[in-house]
Write a protein of this length. Structure first.
Length: 367
């Protein structure tokens, strides 16, 4: 009998399609021979991290022969101080994506339920299917989470519910009152994960902070990341905040040394760079408003966003527009895999990047 790796694979893995990240700049350079490429596809902070972080990373180079601190002690101490939680409530990850997968591995057996929303982050479904979970998807309401519809799918077999707040790729968000009403009705046999990757961009006073709700709802988990407003996507550092009981179980399946020394050092310093965060937030609001105006000038409908990206409806299949923009040296994100074949997701960039994107979209729509 001939060897067939597919036949040996776990059922859930066999049917998966790999996660597709935004096209790298280097790939477009190789494929089309372009330069001065603008990448607005992965919701990264377009600003370069501060000089303080650069110096800290240079100092770390002398210790590359040694393993990082497996506990992330210094980073966790500072996180606990800023967030008002204990260190035994924290779980560090290789990006928050790592923690999202840990949650499924730790709490979901084959056949048990995972509930997600339509148009929500693809990793939730990928992680659930990989372990053979019974994945249930609630229809969206106004491009975002319909918590009533999600609650109707929760039963005694449901182990994890994922809520992205704000939601990626649509930028919608769930208000405090709506979230609290939902949490009040969730059974104690279900863990609710609030993915707050874009939390630091949110300025509305009614935007809920999941960490503040942990004492009331012990089944609640907040996940956050340093890949967005902190500008450390290349370092891959994220974390979750939960009850000590949940964190204890997550840390049992967390890989040793899952965050490298450079990431730990950079994340620790980033937490104290309030000026960088404030300026990033200001530029994001300014840039997002410019993108709104640009789309309105083109007669396009967009989904109002509270993140560092905007999802725009082209009223036609987005593939050809996306390809045209690539040829012009602008990388944005098609979201057909999220059930949005007529939309593109555009990251808010620096002012000149936003202008180049609008110009490229104008040309693409006219062709």
């Amino acid at each position: 009998m001939a060897f067939n790796a597919r036949d040996l694979a776990v059922d859930g893995v066999r049917e998966l399609q790999p996660y597709q990240p935004g096209k790298p700049v280097e790939e477009l350079e190789r494929d089309l021979g372009l330069s001065d490429i603008v990448k607005l596809a992965s919701n990264e902070n377009p600003r370069t991290s501060s000089d303080v972080i650069a110096k800290a990373l240079a100092q770390q180079q002398s210790d590359t022969s040694r393993y990082p601190d497996g506990s992330g002690y210094t980073l966790k101490i500072r996180l606990s101080e800023l967030l008002g939680v204990s260190t035994d409530q924290l779980t560090l990850g290789n990006g928050s994506n790592d923690v999202l997968e840990l949650l499924v591995r730790a709490f979901v057996c084959p056949g048990q339920g995972v509930v997600v929303s339509e148009h929500s982050f693809a990793v939730y479904s990928l992680a659930a299917c990989a372990v053979g979970a019974d994945l249930k998807t609630a229809p969206a309401r106004s491009w975002g989470h319909d918590l009533d519809a999600m609650l109707s799918l929760v039963d005694q077999n449901t182990r994890v519910v994922f809520i992205a707040n704000p939601n990626n790729p649509t930028g919608t968000w769930v208000e405090s009152e709506t979230l609290l009403s939902f949490l009040d009705l969730v059974p104690a046999t279900t863990i609710v994960v609030i993915d707050e990757a874009y939390y630091e961009y949110c300025e509305d006073p009614d935007f809920p902070n999941a960490i503040d709700l942990l004492n009331k709802y012990p089944f609640l988990v907040s996940t956050r990341t340093f890949s967005k407003i902190y500008g450390l996507a290349g370092m891959r550092v994220g974390y979750s905040v939960s009850s000590p009981a949940i964190a204890d179980l997550l840390n049992r399946v967390r890989q040793p040394f899952n965050v490298n020394s450079f990431g730990l050092a950079a994340a620790r310093l980033a937490l104290d760079d309030a000026e960088f965060l404030a300026e990033s937030r200001r530029l994001n609001t300014q840039g997002r408003n410019r993108i709104y105006a640009g789309f309105s000038e083109l007669g396009l409908e967009y989904i109002p966003s509270t993140g560092n990206f905007v999802c725009v409806n082209l009223a036609r299949p987005a593939k050809l527009v996306h390809e045209s923009m690539l040829k012009q040296g602008v990388i944005v994100r098609p979201v057909a895999n999220y059930g949005l074949p007529n939309h593109l997701r555009v990251t808010v960039g620096l002012p000149h990047e936003n202008e180049k994107m609008i110009d490229a979209m104008t040309v693409a729509l006219a062709s």
